[in-house]
Design a protein around this ligand. Structure first.
Ligand code: ADP
Ligand code: MG
Length: 258
């Protein structure tokens, strides 16, 4: 049965999409069957995995509105073992279009339950907000992985995110766990990054991944080539880090899920 992991943090620019793309690709590289679901209207995970978001009609918007089945929305990317449900800007209107729909929080969960057995991992990239799209993702997930950028305001908003996760646990998905926190954009040349890591560790009583994602320009360049980091620059520090994170996610799951 596939593990469903949401990548969530309502702050923008903390590395959610970069993590969704590259964790997915580094898991598929080691033979895991991965379905990545882009539920951010920006569609950057879609293009980062080499898919033209404008060319796909059956995307996550059509899925949420009940226009297509999940099977109809899954695309096979050029990357081995890597499937995708794409997103585009229309998704921004979905929240309003879903008003009054019964059990709208459960739409993604119900859809995923039909195909969960076909994958080892289902990775959902959330938008930078705690809206109905993120609630759908959290309701559908086994765990939530929280990227935290190593910057001065790292802790800001974190208590709000944890509160939302607790609300979802109470009311919609009692089985939701926090997968862990991963630090991103770590800059070894500054004391600030180190301080942020120490601060967050002191404040959060959650699992924190040993892998820390460094600030690496190759990670920022890769999406414009429509490639994940392991295919864009296999030997870069960014590729090494996301491979290490994939191993941690894989083995942590084996320990906990057996
Ligand atoms: P989010 O999805 O949380 O908004 P992104 O993954 O889109 O964040 O990252 C924001 C910006 O920072 C993007 O331009 C991305 O390319 C860049 N970025 C993300 N992670 C790194 C990193 N480790 N090193 C360098 N640039 C990064
Ligand atoms: Mg994003």
């Amino acid at each position: 049965m596939g593990r469903v992991i949401s990548i969530a943090n309502q702050k923008g620019g903390v590395g959610k999409t970069t993590t969704a793309i590259n964790l997915s690709a580094c898991l598929s590289e080691i033979g895991q069957k991965v379905l990545t679901i882009d539920i951010d209207p920006q569609g950057n995970t879609t293009s980062g995995l080499g898919v033209d978001k404008h060319a796909v009609e059956n995307n996550v918007y059509a899925l949420l509105l009940g226009e297509n089945t999940i099977e109809e929305c899954i695309i096979e990317t050029e990357i081995e073992n890597q499937s995708l449900i794409s997103s585009d800007v229309n998704l921004a209107g979905a929240e309003i279009e879903l008003i009054g729909i019964d059990e709208k929080e459960y739409i993604l969960k119900k859809a995923i339950s039909k195909i969960k057995d076909n994958y080892d991992f289902i990775i959902i990239d959330c938008p930078p907000s705690l809206n109905m799209l993120t609630v759908n993702a959290l309701t559908a997930s086994d765990t939530v992985l929280v990227p935290i950028q190593c910057e001065y305001y790292a802790l800001e908003g974190l208590s709000q995110l944890i509160h939302t996760i607790e609300l979802v646990q109470d009311r919609l998905n009692p089985d939701l766990n926090i997968e862990g926190v991963v630090f991103t954009m770590y800059d070894a040349r500054t004391n600030l990054s180190l301080q942020v890591v120490e601060n967050v560790k002191g404040y959060l009583h959650q699992n924190i991944y040993k892998t820390i994602i460094p600030r690496n320009v190759r990670l920022a360049e890769a999406p414009s080539h429509g490639l994940p980091i392991n295919l864009y620059d296999s030997k870069s520090a960014g590729a090494e880090a996301y491979r290490e994170l994939a191993q941690e996610v894989l083995h942590k799951g084996e320990e906990e899920w057996q």
